[in-house]
Design a protein around this ligand. Sequence first.
Ligand SMILES: NC(=O)c1ccc[n+]([C@@H]2O[C@H](COP(=O)([O-])OP(=O)(O)OC[C@H]3O[C@@H](n4cnc5c(N)ncnc54)[C@H](O)[C@@H]3O)[C@@H](O)[C@H]2O)c1
Length: 256
Amino acid sequence: MTNQPVAIVTGGGAGIGKACAARFAQEGWRVVVSDISREDGERACALIRENGGEAVFCRADVSRETDCAAFAQAALDAWGRIDALVANAGVQISGSLLDASESDWDKILGVNLRGVGYSCRAALPAMIAQHAGAIVIISSLNAAVGVAHMPIYDASKAGVLGLMRSLAIAYGKEGIRVNAVGPGATLSDFHLRRAAEGGMTADDLRAKTQGYGLLGRAAEPEEIAAVVYFLASKDASNVTGQFLLVDGGASLTVGK
Ligand SMILES: NC(=O)c1ccc[n+]([C@@H]2O[C@H](COP(=O)([O-])OP(=O)(O)OC[C@H]3O[C@@H](n4cnc5c(N)ncnc54)[C@H](O)[C@@H]3O)[C@@H](O)[C@H]2O)c1
C-alpha cells in the first residue's frame, strides 16, 4: 500500500457522483465508487480503470447505516485509508406538502439527510485516526432559495448544511474539513434519463435549459465535480464549514 489518497463517492454510479469519481481518479486518487445500483457503479469503475485509474465498487444504500459502514470498510480493506468522502447520493421527489405521504418523507430524508449523516459517520473514524480528511456534501441551490413543489427535498438539502457546520466545528481540531456544494440545474443522468423518457435528447435538454442562471445554461456534471475536487484537495486546506453554490449565478437572477 502506498500513501496515494483515497476517496469514497456515494451515488458514484451516475451523474454528478460519477463525474466526481472520474475527477478524483484523473487526479491520481484511488476511488471507492458506492451506489445503490450495482450496474451503474460497476460501469463507472470500469470506465475509471479503462482510463488508467484505480477504483473498487461497493454496493450500498446510504439510508442503511450498515451499508455505509461497508463502503468505509471497503476503502480500508483495499487501500488502508480514507482521505475524502463525497456524500453525493440523493433522490428527488417533487410534489406539494399537502400530497406528501409518510413514505415520501421517509424516502427523501432517509437518503438525503440521514444517509449523508450515516456516510459521514462511516468515514470519520478513519479520518480521525489519520488526523486528516475532507468531507464534501452535495446539497443544492434549493437549500438557499427554495422551489415551490419540492418542500421535503429542499428541507433535506438545507438540513445537511446544519450537519456540515456541526461536523466542521466538531472535527476541525482533528484536521478534518467539512464543506458543502450547492449545484444549480445540472445535466446529470437523472435529468437526461427523465428527458429521454419524454423523447428528448441531451441536446434537446441543453436547448431547453438555455437562459438558465446568469451564464445562460445548466451545468455539466464535470463542472460540479471540479469544485468538489477543489474542496477536497490541498488547495482548499484552509476552507471548512462553507457552503459553495455552483449554480451559474442562478441565485442572483432576481436582479437580472
Ligand atoms: N442534477 C441537478 O440538477 C442537481 C442539482 C442540485 C443538487 N443535486 C444533487 O446532486 C446529487 C447527485 O444528483 P444527480 O443529479 O447526479 O443524480 P443522478 O440520479 O444522476 O445520480 C444519483 C446517483 O445516486 C444513486 N443513489 C440514489 N439513491 C441512493 C441510495 N439510497 N444509496 C446510494 N446511492 C443512491 C443513484 O443510483 C445514482 O447513481 C444529489 O444529492 C442531488 O440532490 C443535483
